[in-house]
Design a protein around this ligand. Structure first.
Ligand code: SAM
Length: 227
Protein backbone atom coordinates (compact mmCIF):
# COMPACT_ATOMS: atom_id res chain seq x y z
CA UNK A 1 0.00 0.00 0.00
CA UNK A 2 1.83 3.04 -1.33
CA UNK A 3 -0.10 5.51 0.91
CA UNK A 4 1.42 4.04 4.06
CA UNK A 5 4.91 4.09 2.56
CA UNK A 6 4.49 7.83 1.92
CA UNK A 7 2.83 8.55 5.27
CA UNK A 8 4.76 6.10 7.49
CA UNK A 9 6.58 8.73 9.58
CA UNK A 10 3.55 11.00 9.98
CA UNK A 11 1.32 8.05 10.87
CA UNK A 12 3.78 6.60 13.38
CA UNK A 13 4.39 10.01 15.04
CA UNK A 14 0.66 10.62 15.40
CA UNK A 15 0.04 7.08 16.63
CA UNK A 16 2.72 7.43 19.31
CA UNK A 17 1.11 10.64 20.53
CA UNK A 18 -2.36 9.13 21.03
CA UNK A 19 -1.30 6.07 22.96
CA UNK A 20 -3.03 5.90 26.33
CA UNK A 21 -1.58 4.40 29.50
CA UNK A 22 -2.29 0.79 28.58
CA UNK A 23 -3.14 0.86 24.88
CA UNK A 24 -2.90 -2.84 24.05
CA UNK A 25 -4.49 -4.26 27.21
CA UNK A 26 -7.33 -6.00 25.41
CA UNK A 27 -4.93 -7.62 22.92
CA UNK A 28 -2.80 -8.79 25.85
CA UNK A 29 -5.75 -9.99 27.95
CA UNK A 30 -6.98 -12.27 25.15
CA UNK A 31 -3.56 -13.88 24.84
CA UNK A 32 -3.53 -17.16 26.76
CA UNK A 33 -0.54 -18.05 28.87
CA UNK A 34 0.28 -20.92 26.55
CA UNK A 35 0.65 -18.79 23.40
CA UNK A 36 4.03 -19.46 21.85
CA UNK A 37 3.87 -17.86 18.45
CA UNK A 38 1.97 -14.63 17.73
CA UNK A 39 1.06 -13.00 14.43
CA UNK A 40 0.09 -9.34 14.00
CA UNK A 41 -1.53 -8.84 10.60
CA UNK A 42 -1.27 -5.35 9.06
CA UNK A 43 1.14 -4.60 11.90
CA UNK A 44 2.26 -1.19 10.63
CA UNK A 45 5.07 0.07 12.86
CA UNK A 46 4.49 -2.95 15.10
CA UNK A 47 4.01 -1.08 18.38
CA UNK A 48 1.35 -3.53 19.57
CA UNK A 49 3.54 -6.42 18.52
CA UNK A 50 6.50 -5.00 20.45
CA UNK A 51 4.23 -4.75 23.49
CA UNK A 52 3.03 -8.37 23.21
CA UNK A 53 6.30 -9.98 22.07
CA UNK A 54 7.74 -10.40 25.60
CA UNK A 55 4.70 -12.60 26.33
CA UNK A 56 5.53 -15.01 23.50
CA UNK A 57 8.42 -17.18 22.38
CA UNK A 58 8.33 -15.66 18.91
CA UNK A 59 6.26 -12.93 17.26
CA UNK A 60 5.76 -12.06 13.61
CA UNK A 61 4.30 -8.93 12.05
CA UNK A 62 3.15 -8.80 8.45
CA UNK A 63 2.34 -5.70 6.45
CA UNK A 64 2.38 -4.52 2.86
CA UNK A 65 4.29 -1.31 3.70
CA UNK A 66 8.04 -1.72 3.98
CA UNK A 67 8.41 1.81 5.38
CA UNK A 68 6.04 1.10 8.26
CA UNK A 69 7.94 -2.07 9.11
CA UNK A 70 11.28 -0.20 8.99
CA UNK A 71 9.96 1.92 11.84
CA UNK A 72 8.83 -1.29 13.57
CA UNK A 73 12.30 -2.81 13.32
CA UNK A 74 13.79 0.32 14.85
CA UNK A 75 11.28 0.23 17.73
CA UNK A 76 12.20 -3.43 18.37
CA UNK A 77 15.94 -2.67 18.33
CA UNK A 78 15.56 0.45 20.52
CA UNK A 79 13.63 -1.61 23.08
CA UNK A 80 15.99 -4.63 22.86
CA UNK A 81 13.18 -6.93 21.74
CA UNK A 82 14.87 -9.80 19.92
CA UNK A 83 12.01 -12.21 19.27
CA UNK A 84 10.23 -10.26 16.51
CA UNK A 85 10.34 -10.71 12.75
CA UNK A 86 8.68 -8.57 10.10
CA UNK A 87 7.50 -10.07 6.82
CA UNK A 88 6.06 -8.31 3.78
CA UNK A 89 2.70 -9.89 3.02
CA UNK A 90 -0.72 -9.00 1.76
CA UNK A 91 -3.64 -9.38 4.16
CA UNK A 92 -5.20 -11.94 1.82
CA UNK A 93 -2.14 -14.12 1.54
CA UNK A 94 -0.11 -14.93 4.65
CA UNK A 95 3.06 -16.85 3.72
CA UNK A 96 2.85 -19.37 6.55
CA UNK A 97 1.98 -23.03 6.89
CA UNK A 98 -1.39 -24.18 8.19
CA UNK A 99 -1.68 -24.24 12.02
CA UNK A 100 1.37 -22.05 12.71
CA UNK A 101 0.17 -19.47 15.25
CA UNK A 102 -1.43 -19.73 18.70
CA UNK A 103 -2.62 -16.15 18.62
CA UNK A 104 -3.33 -13.82 15.73
CA UNK A 105 -4.41 -10.23 16.09
CA UNK A 106 -5.01 -7.35 13.73
CA UNK A 107 -5.61 -3.70 14.46
CA UNK A 108 -7.26 -1.27 12.07
CA UNK A 109 -6.09 -3.10 8.96
CA UNK A 110 -8.61 -5.70 7.81
CA UNK A 111 -10.92 -3.10 6.27
CA UNK A 112 -8.27 -3.03 3.52
CA UNK A 113 -9.16 -6.61 2.65
CA UNK A 114 -12.04 -8.70 1.42
CA UNK A 115 -13.03 -10.40 4.69
CA UNK A 116 -14.28 -13.47 2.85
CA UNK A 117 -10.66 -14.05 1.78
CA UNK A 118 -8.59 -12.63 4.65
CA UNK A 119 -10.49 -14.25 7.54
CA UNK A 120 -10.32 -17.84 6.19
CA UNK A 121 -6.63 -17.16 5.55
CA UNK A 122 -6.10 -16.21 9.19
CA UNK A 123 -8.15 -19.19 10.31
CA UNK A 124 -5.84 -21.42 8.22
CA UNK A 125 -2.75 -20.06 10.00
CA UNK A 126 -4.26 -20.48 13.47
CA UNK A 127 -3.81 -23.73 15.43
CA UNK A 128 -7.00 -25.56 16.53
CA UNK A 129 -8.13 -23.80 19.70
CA UNK A 130 -6.00 -20.76 18.79
CA UNK A 131 -7.28 -17.25 19.36
CA UNK A 132 -8.01 -14.38 17.01
CA UNK A 133 -8.64 -10.75 17.92
CA UNK A 134 -9.55 -8.19 15.27
CA UNK A 135 -9.98 -4.51 16.02
CA UNK A 136 -11.13 -2.38 13.13
CA UNK A 137 -12.67 0.90 12.08
CA UNK A 138 -16.42 1.27 11.59
CA UNK A 139 -18.44 4.32 10.63
CA UNK A 140 -21.94 5.55 11.35
CA UNK A 141 -21.82 7.48 8.07
CA UNK A 142 -20.78 5.03 5.31
CA UNK A 143 -22.60 7.22 2.76
CA UNK A 144 -20.11 10.08 3.25
CA UNK A 145 -16.97 7.94 3.09
CA UNK A 146 -16.22 8.69 -0.54
CA UNK A 147 -16.12 12.47 -0.07
CA UNK A 148 -12.77 14.07 0.77
CA UNK A 149 -14.48 17.15 2.28
CA UNK A 150 -16.19 14.86 4.80
CA UNK A 151 -12.87 13.57 6.14
CA UNK A 152 -11.46 17.10 6.39
CA UNK A 153 -14.63 18.20 8.23
CA UNK A 154 -14.32 15.32 10.70
CA UNK A 155 -10.73 16.42 11.43
CA UNK A 156 -11.92 19.97 12.23
CA UNK A 157 -14.73 18.67 14.46
CA UNK A 158 -12.24 16.64 16.46
CA UNK A 159 -9.88 19.58 17.17
CA UNK A 160 -11.36 20.70 20.54
CA UNK A 161 -11.46 17.13 21.88
CA UNK A 162 -7.86 16.54 20.76
CA UNK A 163 -6.62 19.66 22.53
CA UNK A 164 -8.41 18.77 25.76
CA UNK A 165 -7.41 15.10 25.74
CA UNK A 166 -3.89 15.20 24.26
CA UNK A 167 -2.65 18.79 24.14
CA UNK A 168 -1.27 20.98 21.34
CA UNK A 169 1.70 18.84 20.37
CA UNK A 170 -0.55 15.88 19.58
CA UNK A 171 -2.98 18.24 17.80
CA UNK A 172 -0.20 19.33 15.44
CA UNK A 173 0.63 15.70 14.60
CA UNK A 174 -3.08 14.96 14.15
CA UNK A 175 -3.51 17.89 11.73
CA UNK A 176 -0.28 17.04 9.86
CA UNK A 177 -1.68 13.58 9.15
CA UNK A 178 -5.42 14.27 9.00
CA UNK A 179 -5.19 17.09 6.46
CA UNK A 180 -2.49 15.53 4.29
CA UNK A 181 -4.03 15.10 0.81
CA UNK A 182 -2.60 11.57 0.52
CA UNK A 183 -4.26 10.64 3.82
CA UNK A 184 -7.59 12.16 2.78
CA UNK A 185 -7.46 10.26 -0.51
CA UNK A 186 -6.63 7.12 1.46
CA UNK A 187 -9.70 7.68 3.67
CA UNK A 188 -11.88 8.14 0.60
CA UNK A 189 -10.76 4.76 -0.70
CA UNK A 190 -11.23 3.01 2.65
CA UNK A 191 -14.08 0.54 2.68
CA UNK A 192 -15.64 1.02 6.12
CA UNK A 193 -18.84 -0.66 7.29
CA UNK A 194 -21.49 0.50 9.72
CA UNK A 195 -21.20 -1.18 13.15
CA UNK A 196 -24.22 -3.37 12.35
CA UNK A 197 -22.85 -4.58 9.00
CA UNK A 198 -19.46 -5.12 10.61
CA UNK A 199 -20.95 -7.45 13.23
CA UNK A 200 -23.02 -9.28 10.62
CA UNK A 201 -19.98 -9.88 8.42
CA UNK A 202 -17.90 -11.25 11.29
CA UNK A 203 -20.76 -13.37 12.64
CA UNK A 204 -21.14 -14.97 9.21
CA UNK A 205 -17.45 -15.63 8.67
CA UNK A 206 -16.42 -16.50 12.23
CA UNK A 207 -19.38 -18.33 13.80
CA UNK A 208 -19.33 -18.02 17.57
CA UNK A 209 -17.27 -14.82 17.65
CA UNK A 210 -18.15 -12.09 20.14
CA UNK A 211 -17.63 -8.34 20.28
CA UNK A 212 -16.33 -5.80 22.73
CA UNK A 213 -15.44 -2.12 22.76
CA UNK A 214 -17.58 1.00 22.89
CA UNK A 215 -18.45 0.59 19.22
CA UNK A 216 -18.48 -3.24 19.36
CA UNK A 217 -15.66 -3.15 16.83
CA UNK A 218 -13.32 -5.58 18.57
CA UNK A 219 -13.89 -9.17 17.51
CA UNK A 220 -12.83 -12.15 19.64
CA UNK A 221 -12.85 -15.67 18.26
CA UNK A 222 -11.52 -19.06 19.31
CA UNK A 223 -10.77 -21.50 16.51
CA UNK A 224 -12.61 -24.86 16.85
CA UNK A 225 -10.45 -27.41 18.62
CA UNK A 226 -10.73 -29.79 15.65
CA UNK A 227 -10.46 -28.46 12.11
C1 SAM B 1 -4.21 2.01 10.22
S1 SAM B 1 -2.73 1.13 9.94
C2 SAM B 1 -2.68 0.12 11.39
C3 SAM B 1 -1.29 -0.27 11.76
C4 SAM B 1 -1.16 -1.01 13.10
N1 SAM B 1 -1.88 -2.27 13.08
C5 SAM B 1 -1.62 -0.16 14.24
O1 SAM B 1 -2.45 -0.59 15.05
O2 SAM B 1 -1.12 0.97 14.36
C6 SAM B 1 -3.15 -0.01 8.66
C7 SAM B 1 -2.00 -0.89 8.21
O3 SAM B 1 -2.49 -1.83 7.25
C8 SAM B 1 -1.52 -2.00 6.24
N2 SAM B 1 -2.15 -2.49 5.02
C9 SAM B 1 -3.01 -1.85 4.21
N3 SAM B 1 -3.36 -2.63 3.17
C10 SAM B 1 -2.72 -3.81 3.33
C11 SAM B 1 -2.68 -5.02 2.59
N4 SAM B 1 -3.41 -5.19 1.49
N5 SAM B 1 -1.91 -6.02 3.05
C12 SAM B 1 -1.18 -5.89 4.20
N6 SAM B 1 -1.17 -4.75 4.95
C13 SAM B 1 -1.94 -3.72 4.52
C14 SAM B 1 -0.92 -0.62 6.06
O4 SAM B 1 0.35 -0.66 5.42
C15 SAM B 1 -0.87 -0.13 7.50
O5 SAM B 1 0.36 -0.42 8.11
Amino acid sequence: MEDYNILANKYAAWHQSVKGADPYKEELDFLTESANVILDVGCGAGEALAYLAPHSIFSVGTDISIEMMHIGKKIAVDNSIGNIAFVVADLDNQPFKKNTFDYIFSRYALHHSDLSISLPELERCLIPGGRLLVRDLVTNFPMFQRFGWWHALVVFFKIPKRIIKRGFKSLKLFLDLGLDPTWIQHQVENNLMSPRKFRQAYHNLLPGCWFSGKRRNVVHWVSPSSK
